[in-house]
Write a protein that binds this ligand. Structure first.
Ligand code: FPP
Length: 240
């Protein structure tokens, strides 16, 4: 399968993915919600391949949010174990494809085994350059900004920084992944039109594209369609 022809400067460099609709996909089939998450795995990795084909440089996948702890204990347990297994199972393949895997999120409450697998994947793929895949696990946009403010305040208290030195560039250095590019295309599946606290700071000028397909049914073609919509938009970044 070939991606559509799109001028290089119209291809988004960084795509954020809100993988929504797994539960509804399962419900429609009379299956437990967890079956929807399982089906969602192949959707994500098809999108990773499609992203490489079309020239996207960075993908951020919302795998578990700081708010997802409010789900039933059974689903939380499933999602933790599932994240751990997916990372373990997929990292060699990601490495072969030249994908750099990065974990973005808070360590608090997160299962140690999940952190361990993420760190192994980060180390193994650290030098890869084809595409960066940010696995956002135990991630929340407000949590990230609040944590950054706390670290910044500590640096001020230790006299490493003066309050008048704070600006957007300095603040951004305190975020969970300071090297992350700004999001160009914010893609959410399932027809819901919300950011749900994903990459708030980084998405300030992102183009929002909402696709009416449940995440387990998403393929690389869904990404390519969203990129075509994106390429037709007029991005002005506040200019007239
Ligand atoms: C949203 O569906 C999905 C999540 C809570 C994130 C988990 C995503 C996956 C498991 C997909 C693949 C991820 C990995 C790590 C391979 P939902 O449960 O909110 O669906 P609903 O809105 O229909 O209830």
């Amino acid at each position: 399968m070939k991606p559509p022809k799109i001028a290089k400067d119209k291809v988004p460099q960084h795509v954020a993915l809100v993988m929504d609709g797994n539960g509804r996909w399962a419900k429609k089939r009379g299956l437990p919600r967890t079956k929807g998450h399982e089906k969602g795995e192949s959707a994500l990795f098809d999108v990773v391949e499609g992203a490489i084909q079309i020239g996207v440089k960075e993908l951020s996948a919302f795998a578990f949010s700081t708010e997802n702890w409010r789900r039933s204990p059974d689903e939380v347990k499933f999602l933790m174990g599932f994240n751990r297994d997916v990372i373990r199972r997929r990292r060699d393949e990601m490495h072969r494809m030249g994908v750099r895997v990065r974990w973005v999120g808070r360590p608090q409450k997160l299962w140690k085994s999940v952190i361990e697998e993420l760190e192994i994947a980060e180390e193994m793929t650290a030098k890869n350059k084809v595409l960066t895949l940010n696995m956002c696990v135990n991630y929340g946009g407000r949590a990230e900004i609040a944590d950054a403010a706390q670290k910044l305040a500590q640096d001020i208290q230790r006299k490493k920084l003066k309050p008048e030195q704070i600006n957007e560039k300095v603040f951004a250095k305190y975020l969970d992944a300071p090297q992350m590019r700004d999001v160009d295309l914010f893609l959410r599946s399932s027809g819901e039109q919300r950011t749900s606290n994903f990459l708030l700071w980084q998405s300030a000028y992102a183009e929002m594209v909402f696709m009416d397909v449940l995440w387990p049914d998403v393929t690389r073609q869904t990404l390519w369609k969203a990129i075509e919509i994106y390429a037709d938009r007029d991005r002005r970044f506040g200019k007239a």
